[in-house]
Each structure stands twice: as C-alpha cells, then as structure tokens.
Design a protein around this ligand. Structure first.
Ligand code: GLU
Length: 362
C-alpha cells in the first residue's frame, strides 16, 4: 500500500479482552505498536474501537454482561475513559497524539454534523494524530448491541473516503463450508451471505453477519475490506503488505458522488414512499426524478430535506432520496399531476418530490 493512504482499523471487544473479561493491555499495546509502525511509514490510520462496556464491566467487577440499558451505559462510561487512557498512553510512547471521537447514528443523519465530523477527522490526521472513535454509548440506547461498531467503522470509512477498512476480530476470517478461511471475496453472493449467517450460529455473537453487511456497504463505496484475527502476531503489517491473511473483500470500484453516498449509506431514512410500477421504471431505468403522480402511499413522519426510502407497491425498497416535501404535504398531493400541486398546497412548490440529483438507486 502506498504512502498517504488512509486505513480504518476496527478493533473488536473480543480482541482486547482476556478470558477473565478484563482488558488485555499487552495485546492492546502490541496492536498500537503495529499501528505506530505503519504510521511511521506515512500511512494515516483512524481507529474504531469497541471494548468500553467490557472494560467498564471489568472495573466494576461484573462477571456477567448486564441486561439493563442504564447498567450497560454506566459500564461504557467507566470503561471508555479507561480505554482511551490506554490508547493515549501507548500511542504517546511512540510519539503520536490521539483524539477521542464519540458518535451516534444521529450524527450521521444530520448532514451538517456529518460534514463537521469529516473536517475534524481530517484535521486530526493533518496533525498526525490518531482519531480513536467509539459509539457514544451513554446516550445511544439502540446502539448498544454486538456488531454496531462494524457499522460505525463502515460509516466512518465512507465518510473519510478511506482506502481500506480492517475489521479485527477473534476469528481468522470468513470460513468456507469446510471451515477453511476464504482468502479473497470478489463481490457478494448468496453463498457468502449464507456462510456469514452460518458462522452466526457457530459463534453465537451475530458478528460475521453484521460484518458482512457493513463490508457490503463499504465495498460498494469503493473501499477494500479485510476481516482478520487481531490476536495474530504482526497481522496489521501483513494485511498492509498484501499477504494472504484473513479474508479480503475487493471493492466494487463504484464511485458515487459524496452526497449520494451519504443518502445511500450513512443517513437513516425517516420514512418510506411507495410508488407505482411506472414511477419505478422511470426512476430505475430512465434516470428520472420522482413526481407526485407516481406516489401511491407513504409511511412515517418526515420533513423537507429528510432521507426517505422509495419502495415498489410490494414494499421492496429500490432507492433512497432527499424529499422536497414533508409527509403531511405528500399525503395531500400523492397521485396528483404537478400542475395541481399548487392549488392543493396554496403555494408554488418544486415539481419533483425527489430530484434525480438527490436520488440513489440501490
Ligand atoms: N461500543 C461498544 C463498546 O465499546 C461496543 C459495540 C460493538 O462492539 O459493536 O463497548
């Protein structure tokens, strides 16, 4: 990998937790030494780390993962500062500063916040500091689930247009039907998805399926991804050197515009618009905008500027876009010809419900 490339390295809880559930400091230190080696060579690295809840549980002397959300959040709050302290100390030993960033899905939904995160990360990288990112577990209830940092790491990878996403976990990669590691995946297929689902049963963690979903989004944004065992010696350097370790997922090479990538992958849709078959055809195959006349129904509450799903009449999502109308306006004008919209709403309004420049076919 050439210089000036940016790599996101996601470190899973199981990688940095010992069998007694405490933080494996030696392992974390070893990983940070490996990351520092590649930083020394001129590569830029963004770390997405899990382990706050695990670290907090260890410090609180909890033997079992709590069930109550507030207990998980308290553990994350205690563990996150401990975790960050270690990252900061170990990177400092190698001459690198760290910058903590805690994010939730809400930060990705709002385009201004989204662009601010990007600027902050770019500025940290320009100072040769290492952004260390985790979910903001103490405020984000639905996010405290195994696998969420896989998604977070792919959102960050896409946001920063990185060259590679490394998901470090405690398995050697995606296993085939005979339990051997698949070294290269060139495009997602039903076989690959099935293998990931089966490994879900085997490990009982939900890990591989959520990884595959995140990798699907990242590779579709042109980012190469690797799943590998973070406990294996020298793993980061081996991946960077292109050695056959872990499972490598080729990027699809598709280059969507930044705004379209945000619409398609990063923001969370606020509702759905159901369209007829004519509109589906015009959107999917003729590069047209969505007009009110093709809309047969809608679901959810949204305002102008929100991202919405576009589905066919059988509720199959095939596109996403930024709506020019709120859900209450749309319920009044759905099915109408453009010329009649003004009479109903009593004001001049855009011709398109979703302009083709703000529309992504999935
Ligand atoms: N944010 C959680 C933690 O740091 C982990 C979430 C995950 O691993 O997906 O403990």
């Amino acid at each position: 990998m050439s210089k000036n490339r940016i790599v996101v390295i996601k470190i899973g809880t199981k990688v940095i937790t010992s069998s007694d559930k405490s933080l494996d400091k030696a392992l974390l230190k070893g990983l940070i030494a490996q990351i520092s080696d590649i930083l020394d060579k001129g590569l830029k690295v963004i770390v997405v780390t899990s382990g706050a809840i695990g670290a907090g549980m260890g410090l609180l002397g909890m033997k079992k993962r709590p069930v109550k959300t507030e207990e998980l959040q308290a553990a994350a709050s205690i563990g996150q500062s401990r975790l960050m302290h270690l990252y900061s100390d170990y990177f400092k030993e190698r001459g690198y500063l760290t910058g903590q960033i805690l994010l939730t899905q809400e930060d990705f939904n709002d385009r201004n916040r989204y662009l601010n995160i990007k600027k902050t990360i770019e500025t940290l990288l320009s100072h040769k500091a290492v952004p260390v990112i985790n979910e903001n577990d103490t405020v984000s209830t639905e996010e405290i689930k195994c696998g969420d940092n896989d998604r977070l790491s792919s959102l960050v990878s896409d946001l920063c247009r990185v060259d590679m996403l490394m998901l470090l976990t405690d398995v050697d990669g995606l296993l085939d039907e005979k339990y051997s590691v698949i070294n290269l995946v060139d495009g997602m297929s039903s076989r690959i998805t099935k293998l990931a689902r089966e490994s879900l049963c085997e490990f009982g963690t939900g890990g591989m399926a959520s990884k595959l979903e995140s990798i699907g989004k990242a590779t579709a944004s042109g980012i190469e991804c690797v799943i590998a065992n973070g406990k294996t010696k020298n793993i980061i350097a081996d991946i960077i050197d292109g050695k056959p370790v872990g499972t490598r997922f080729k990027s699809s090479g598709m280059k969507l515009l930044a705004k379209k990538r945000w619409i398609a992958f990063s923001s969370k849709p606020r509702g759905s618009i159901y369209v007829d078959s004519g509109a589906r055809e015009a959107l999917s195959n003729k590069n047209r905008s969505l007009l009110a006349s093709g809309i047969v129904g809608l679901d959810g509450q949204f305002v102008m500027g929100d991202v919405v799903r576009i589905t066919d009449k059988s509720f199959r999502e095939f596109a996403r876009g930024l709506t020019n109308y709120s859900s209450s306006e749309l319920s009044k004008i759905k099915g109408l010809k453009t010329a009649d919209i003004r009479n109903v709403l009593g004001r001049k309004a855009p011709d398109e419900v979703i302009h083709k420049d703000n529309l992504v076919i999935l």
